[in-house]
Structure formats: C-alpha cells, structure tokens
Ligand binder design. Sequence first.
Ligand SMILES: [Zn+2]
Length: 252
Amino acid sequence: MQRLKDLIQSAGTVLAFTGAGVSTLSGIRDFRGRNGFYNSQWEGIEVEDILSIDLFDRDPATFYRWAREFVYCLDRYQPSAVHLVLSELERKGYLKGIYTQNIDMLHQKAGSGAVWELHGSPSRHYCRTCNRVYSYNDVAPTVLSGKLPFCSICGTVVKPSIVLYGETLDTQLVDQAYRDMAKADVLLVLGSSLTVQPAASLPMAAYYHGGKIVIINAQPTSMDRYAKLRYDDLQTVFDALLPWAIDLEPKV
Ligand SMILES: [Zn+2]
C-alpha cells in the first residue's frame, strides 16, 4: 500500500478511471457487468434491450418503469471509500480528475468536481424535439409516481442524458479522455474490467505515453500485464487509503 501512496504523492498528474465495481461498493447493482443482471431479464425483456435507444423510442414507458427501480432511486445510495478518497485527493491537489463509466452521480455526491461521465448522467434530461433541459429533480418525482416525464413546452417524452445502447458516446469527450490519458503520469483504473470501448483502450493511451497504470479490480483485466501496481480488493485498499488521504497535506 505504501508504494501506491508514494506513487500518488510523487506523480505530476494523476487521473482516475472508474467503472461499475466502484458503484457496487455503494450497493448499486452492476447492470452492465457480467456479474450484475445484465444477462438477466426484467419483465421478460433483456436488460440490454431495455437500455437501448430502440426501445426508448418505441416504448419509453417500459424504459421508465425499469429506470424507476434502478436510476431514479439513486439518491438513497451513499459514496463509498473510493468516492471519498478521490474527492479528498482532488481537493488537496493530488488528483486532476475522474473519467467514469458510471451514471450514479456518486463522485459528485462525494464532493468531486472534475468528473467526466463517459456514459452520460441522469443529472440532466432533455427534450429531443425542442432541446429544453430538465434536471434529475425535475424528472424523478414524475417517474417515481409511475408517470412519464413530458416536456412542458412541446409534450415530447424527455430522455435522460445517459448513453443507451445504439447511441454513440460523446466523441468530443472521448477525444478529450484520450488526450488527458496521454498526459497522465499515473492512471488509477478502479472497478473496471476494461471490456467495453473506450474503456478497453483508454489506459493504453496513458501507458504508451509513459504513464504508470494502477489497476484495482476484482476480476482480471486485459491490461493487468501493463500495470505497475495491481490489487484485487477495492474496499480493502481504499479503507486503508481513506485515513491517509484525510491526513494528507495539500500539494504545494
Ligand atoms: Zn420539448
């Protein structure tokens, strides 16, 4: 653990990349991961189909009935030790920011400011007809009461700004991620098995430009052999890092 602390303290630019394993520490089920219910069904529909733009266009009521259980009750979850350590490191100048695959807004809840959400976020919703923007709090009460959230201007069903299957990631954000990874001296890869793009290739951008990779994930990843440090258990590592991060002097 000392090697990890030294690495973070001595590096110029540290970035974090977080995946579903970080959310599961907060009790959120991994709906995209292999150990979640991604492969299972919900009301007889494959979850991958529920999370597709195709189904959202055809049948938004089904999407929102699913999302009522898995997206619009996110406020009941609390940040984990991972979220708290990353927030503390950013506040003290040791972490430049976080790229995340998660859509649960827990990094922000923990106090992190520089968070880039590759798969979008339900913190923002928008009308695909008139582009009016709605917040999570505008939409959540309607969805939780079992109704569809309609645009107050034009009546179209509003859509959360999460990237559904069949939609493309924000290419500007992905480009920015590659550029930032290439400039990182240390990249912390946390709770991602690095199986989907661009997650699978982003750490390589750091590695090829001389960045040191730290991987902490329960399952093996394709990048393990490039990792400077490799741990399995996020909870154990970050429980140990939390008191250290709290006592750490701000970077000068
Ligand atoms: Zn509208």
